[in-house]
Design a protein around this ligand. Structure first.
Ligand code: MTE
Ligand code: MO
Length: 195
């Protein structure tokens, strides 16, 4: 890729990395395909639940997008395969009052986003990266990918979505990270602008 193209895709304060750093605030949870469940709960018309086999049988999409981590590294051109967020939430039917979602891991790790940020073609629950099964250290078997936000919003080992009728802060958002996390606006930490 020409250097000017790379530069145009690198948000302010970020540098490109060729490798893929591994970052998480917890241990890697075990994955048992027989007992794994994915649930959509909260402000929905009906709670929906999938087994691993059922989830993998859902229609998938393939999207190439960039990663921007709040610690300063960006990794361009990641090809993800998985199920669009909007299909998962659509199966449960958000109530008319639902405005936000918390994405859940087996631990206490969560991330929050407004539904309109998640209702985008590039937002997936992904099981594959660059044609390979997503490795456990990067969130396998399944992780959220939200390319337009810093990467802490992309919850690894995702097992659920909780629909909400108000905003509820996730793990890092409660600990001082910016609620919105737009890398192009450099929304890294809440104390930058008092939110
Ligand atoms: N469940 C869970 N998801 C998580 C985290 C975590 O600690 N637990 N860390 C987040 C952070 S801060 C980053 S930068 C990315 C890192 O993803 P990677 O290790 O695949 O690069 O995962 C995000 N998703
Ligand atoms: Mo991070």
């Amino acid at each position: 890729m020409p250097a000017a193209d790379q530069a145009a895709r690198t948000p302010p304060g970020q540098h490109l990395t060729r490798g893929w750093p591994i970052l998480h605030a917890e241990g890697i949870p075990p994955f048992d395909p027989a007992s794994w469940r994915f649930r959509v709960t909260g402000a929905v018309d009906r709670t929906v639940e999938w087994t691993w086999d059922e989830f993998r049988a859902l229609p998938s999409a393939t999207v190439t997008s960039d990663i921007h981590c709040v610690t300063g590294w960006s990794k361009l051109d990641n090809t993800w395969e998985g199920v669009p967020f909007r299909d998962i939430v659509g199966a449960a039917g958000p109530t008319a009052a639902a405005t936000h979602a918390l994405i859940e891991a087996p631990s206490a790790y969560t991330a929050n986003l407004p539904l309109e940020a998640l209702d985008d073609d590039d937002v997936l629950f992904a099981w594959s990266h660059d044609g390979e099964p997503l490795p456990p250290e990067h969130g396998g078997p399944l992780r959220l990918v939200v390319p337009k936000r810093y990467f802490w919003k992309s919850v690894k080992w995702a097992v659920g979505v909780r629909l909400l009728e108000r905003d509820v802060r996730g793990y890092w958002e409660e600990r001082g990270y910016h609620n919105d996390a737009d890398p192009w606006a450099e929304q890294r930490y809440a104390w930058q602008e008092g939110r």
